[in-house]
Design a protein around this ligand. Structure first.
Ligand code: NI
Length: 172
């Protein structure tokens, strides 16, 4: 498994805004990508990662919502879709590996029903709530070129991007 560089909004905004393409078959090449994504996410560390965040415009997400003291629980989502979303909303303070060190509250549907292909290409349908619902919607946004800061006011969004730029300049 290979840890790949994670793209960030200061230098890679054009790539992060791309709409990712559906995957045709879940094969060994795709599983290599998913394994690399998982390794990259654990190394960061983060709880979710979309393929576009390592520059691959495919509809693939990896996630692990296990707490630090719990055993690892990796999950893989290929071509995920939201089939239904609740009217009830939920507010959560989100962050993103592509927008480092920025956290802000985003409101999203509290429950969603999703359909996707798993690591072996099997179709799965399930309900998500709580952190799982937040995370799958955040990652699904990435596949459509949407970042969590796009859900904030224009002022907050611009401020977030300049903070990331400034931090990147200072680190260089
Ligand atoms: Ni993100």
């Amino acid at each position: 498994m290979t840890i790949r560089p994670i793209l960030t909004v200061d230098s890679d905004m054009a790539v992060l805004k791309k709409v990712s393409a559906p995957v045709e078959t879940v094969d060994d090449d795709l599983r290599v990508l998913m394994d690399d994504m998982l390794e990259t996410m654990y190394d960061a560390p983060g709880i979710g990662l979309a393929a576009i965040q390592i520059g691959v415009p495919k509809r693939v997400i990896v996630m692990d919502l296990a707490r630090a003291e719990e055993p690892k629980a990796p999950r893989f989502f290929v071509n995920p879709e939201i089939l239904w979303a609740s009217d009830e909303m939920f507010v959560y303070e989100e962050g993103c590996l592509s927008v480092p060190e920025i956290y802000d509250e985003v409101e999203r549907p509290a429950h969603v029903r999703i359909r996707y292909l798993d690591y072996n290409g099997q179709q799965v349908e399930e309900e998500a709530e709580g952190l799982f619902a937040v995370c799958i919607q955040h990652e699904l946004d990435h596949l459509n070129g949407v970042l969590f800061i796009d859900h904030l006011s224009r002022l907050k969004r611009d401020r977030a991007i300049s903070k990331v730029r400034k931090a990147a300049r200072e680190a260089a």
